[in-house]
Structures are given as C-alpha cells and as structure tokens.
Design a protein around this ligand. Structure first.
Ligand SMILES: NC(=O)c1ccc[n+]([C@@H]2O[C@H](COP(=O)([O-])OP(=O)(O)OC[C@H]3O[C@@H](n4cnc5c(N)ncnc54)[C@H](O)[C@@H]3O)[C@@H](O)[C@H]2O)c1
Ligand SMILES: [Zn+2]
Ligand SMILES: [Zn+2]
Length: 392
C-alpha cells in the first residue's frame, strides 16, 4: 500500500510499504477513505519527539473509512461498515478506562518503559505517534490496522460526507474536552490561544456549553477570520499586546477561563521568554516553547481555570507557577478521552447542530502529503485543515 512514512526531521515521504495484517483477534483492517493532518503531526515533523521517532513509522491519527476485514473477537463491526477511528487506542477494561480516563489507558502502550522514564507513567497507545505512545503505525495510509476495535471507533451512516464526521477522530472531541475542561459557568468570558483546528472547535464547543463571550488569539488572518465566523472576538498577537488588550476587554479582571490550544511550538515575536525558549530549544536545553501557556496563566482572572489541550512533550520552563498559585488557578489538561465524546458528538453532527466540515481548507491526494505537511506547517495557501485522500 501507499503510506506517509517518517524519515527524519521535516522529511516525510509517501512510500510503498507492506499492507497491515491482523495481529490480534480484537483488531480490524480499515480501508482509509479520508485522513487528516493534525497540529500534533507538526510536532513530530519539527522534531519535538525526535528521540522517540523511528524511521519507517507510518504517521497519521485522524482516519476514517470502510471495514474490510475483522478479527474473530470483534463484535461491534462487520465488513462493509463505515467507521471513524479515534487517535487513542484504549482497552475499555483497565482501571483508567473504567473511570473513562481513556487516554490514560494502562494496557495499550506497547513500550511503557519510555513513558515511565519521561513522565512517571506511560500514556495510552496512539496511532502514528512515536515510540513513546507505543510505536503503532498510523492512518495516513491506504489501510490501517485498528486495535481493540470494539472500544473507540464509531459507525457512521452512509450518505453523510466524510468531511462532516472525520473530525470525530480527534479535533472536534479535543475542542469539546478543552471547552468542558474550562469548568465554565454560564455567561463566562473565555479566552482561547490558538485558532488552528483545535482552537476552532474549542470556540464552537464553548458556545454550545454556555459561554457568554469568547475571545480568540492568533496572528494568522484567515484563522482569526474563521474564529470571527464562529462568533469570537479576536486579538492579533502580532499587532497588539495580548495582556493589555484582554484587561481592557474585561475591565481589568481578566477572562474567567483560558484555553491553551497552541501547545509546544508557540510563537513569541521577540518576547523575552520566547527568545530564551528558542535559544534553549536549539541547544537541546529545553523541550517545549511555552509562551502561550505562560501568557494564558498571566491573563487568567483570579480563581479561574486554565484548560490545556495543546500538547507538551517534556519539560517546559519559566512557567509562572507563582502567579498560578497566588491567583488560585485550576489546571485541567490531557490527551482527549475520546470514547467519552465520539457518540454524543456524532449525534450533534447528525442533528445538524454543527457541521465540522467548516474547518477544511484543502482536500488533496495522499501522494501530495509531504507537500501538504509543509503547506500546513508554514500556513501557506491559507491552509487550516488538510484532508488527504489515499485512493485519489
Ligand atoms: N489534547 C489532545 O488530545 C490534542 C489533540 C489534537 C491536537 N492537540 C494539540 O493542540 C494544539 C493545536 O493543534 P492544531 O491542530 O489546532 O494546530 P495548529 O498548529 O494548526 O494551530 C496552532 C495555532 O496556534 C497559533 N499560535 C502560535 N503561537 C501562538 C501564540 N503565542 N498565541 C496565540 N496563538 C499562537 C498558530 O498561529 C496556529 O494557528 C497542538 O499542540 C496539538 O498537538 C492536542
Ligand atoms: Zn490530531
Ligand atoms: Zn484501558
């Protein structure tokens, strides 16, 4: 089959690789019809997990398609079903899955010793996301082996276009959980750093959960425009000081809740902490660039909540813990607990409450994936969300 393969720093290629075969009776084989590129893929592409990347790994964790083969123990799906596959691999039976903390699943990471060393405990297995999360091949490919198929994937009806349900694989539930994690009270003002796909779905989810005001922060005009189309007020951090502007907008109190939908590759434009991050990251002295998170903590009102869907991988420094402690902030974060959200959010899509395809700017053949990684990373051609078609 054809698949997008990791070769090294900013070097991904579409190669011919062996088709996946069933390695366990709980698994199924998916013929992928659509598969998206995620901001999380850019962290791999840009080397943030380089020590844990193996050349030859198939990337991608936002796939959907048609079931073409099922293991003997799979009960929920049959050949011919159309399904969306969440990015996390979960067992549904361990201590954490029983508490619905699915991204903390204790049994699906095949290489837990790495996570234990880096993080104290290993996170769940994820598709196409380095040895740290189990070294599973991903879904930017013509076929994908779906593990533990009865837990996680959702069946979608025929007739609805891929682009309306594809993002149940990650960014819609991730935006939803980010909004839920703000613990907002009705009418609250919420500020969202980052207007990529995760930020966009956070904005829409915040309204559905009862926010009174949403303020979105980015520097990319078309992403700010998409946030405005989602009824957010916006701040362009390249043109305005974010702290000053937010204080002006909230009478000096600060937003009640803040969301960091940027993660470890924040831009800083000369801010002292951001320059230091860049220098230290280049010298391998720090792992993450946390400018957005620092700013969000400084801006949040006293007693507010900091929700972090943005991915951090290691040991970001200069975090203003003094501000967080003395302002009495609450922090909530994590990889998304996917199976909690997929069915309820599918119902919201089917009922017409939201059409997630609004975020798609590019649909391209899988063969163009290397070019599309670059386009998406560099925000060229107004790219916000790229969907790849493996059979085009
Ligand atoms: N928690 C999860 O389970 C989960 C799932 C999917 C993605 N993510 C993470 O969410 C984050 C966002 O993903 P995405 O797909 O939207 O990525 P993206 O790269 O498209 O979006 C990030 C946005 O942040 C903006 N940005 C950069 N620096 C900023 C700053 N200082 N202030 C405000 N905005 C800034 C960029 O211009 C960009 O628009 C990534 O870290 C990704 O890994 C987490
Ligand atoms: Zn993703
Ligand atoms: Zn589990």
């Amino acid at each position: 089959m054809r698949a997008l393969v990791y070769h090294g720093l900013r070097d991904v290629r579409v190669d011919t690789v062996p088709d996946p075969t069933l390695e366990h009776p709980n698994n199924l084989i998916l013929k992928v019809t659509s598969t998206a590129i995620c901001g999380s893929d850019l962290h791999l592409y840009d080397g943030f997990l380089a020590p844990f990347m193996k050349e030859g790994q198939v990337l991608g964790h936002e796939p959907m398609g048609e079931v073409v083969e099922v293991g003997s123990a799979v009960a929920k799906f049959k050949v011919g079903d159309r399904i969306v596959v969440p990015f996390t691999i979960t067992c549904g039976e361990c201590f954490f899955c029983k508490k619905e903390l699915y991204s903390c699943c204790d049994t699906t990471n095949r290489k837990p010793e790495l996570g234990q060393k880096m993080m104290g405990h290993a996170p769940a297995g994820l598709y196409g996301y380095s040895e740290l999360t189990g070294g599973y091949d991903g879904g930017q490919a013509q076929y994908l082996q779906v593990w533990n198929a009865d837990v996680g994937p959702v069946k979608v009806p025929d007739g609805i276009p891929d682009e309306q349900v594809l993002f149940l694989s990650d960014v819609f539930p991730t935006g939803w959980m980010a909004a839920e994690n703000t613990d907002l009270e009705p009418g609250d003002t919420v500020a969202v750093w980052g207007c990529g796909p995760v930020g966009q779905f956070t904005i829409r989810s915040l309204w559905m959960l009862g926010a009174g005001r949403v303020i979105a922060i980015d520097e990319v005009p078309e992403r700010l425009a998409m946030a405005q189309a989602g009824n957010a007020e916006t701040i362009n951090f390249k043109e305005e000081d974010v702290y000053d502007r937010l204080m002006e907008m909230t009478g000096g109190r600060g937003p009640d809740r803040v969301v960091d939908a940027v993660g470890c590759e924040a831009a800083g434009h000369g801010a002292f902490d951001a320059v230091l991050d860049k220098v230290k990251a280049a010298a391998f002295l720090t792992t993450d660039r946390a400018h957005a998170l620092r700013e969000a903590i400084m801006c949040c009102r006293k007693g507010g909540t900091v929700s972090i869907p943005g991915v951090y991988v290691g040991f970001p420094d200069k975090l203003p813990l003094g501000a967080a402690m003395n302002k009495g902030l609450t922090f909530k974060m994590g990889q998304t607990h996917m199976p909690r959200y997929t069915e309820p959010l599918l119902q919201r899509v089917l009922s017409g409450e939201i059409d997630p395809s609004f975020v798609v700017t590019h649909q391209e053949p899988l063969e163009k994936a290397p070019e599309m990684y670059k386009t998406f990373r560099d925000k060229e051609d107004a790219a916000i969300k790229v969907v790849l078609k493996p059979w085009a």
